[in-house]
Design a protein around this ligand. Structure first.
Ligand code: SF4
Length: 73
């Protein structure tokens, strides 16, 4: 389920990549990403609306694989 204002979509290949999952978990200043016990990426839905649109996650992953979607105008 997306947040009220923000949704973050991550390509399944990126989410399954433990190295990228670690990188995303480290770069997001508001902890929207976490690693599941097996190291894969988990999007922390309750934090989605904290997104500050810094785009660090977009820069940390291959082009087009992480998208931050504004659900408002
Ligand atoms: S844009 Fe910034 S705050 Fe938003 S999810 Fe990406 S890293 Fe986190």
């Amino acid at each position: 389920m997306p947040g009220m204002f923000i949704d973050v979509r991550v390509d399944a290949k990126v989410a399954a990549d433990r190295t990228l999952a670690k990188k995303l978990t480290e770069v997001c200043p508001v902890n929207i990403f976490a690693q599941a016990p097996d190291g894969t990426l988990r999007v922390v839905e309750e934090n989605l609306d904290e997104c500050v649109l810094c785009e660090l996650c977009i820069q940390a992953a291959p082009p087009g694989t992480v998208r931050v979607i504004k659900l408002y105008q």
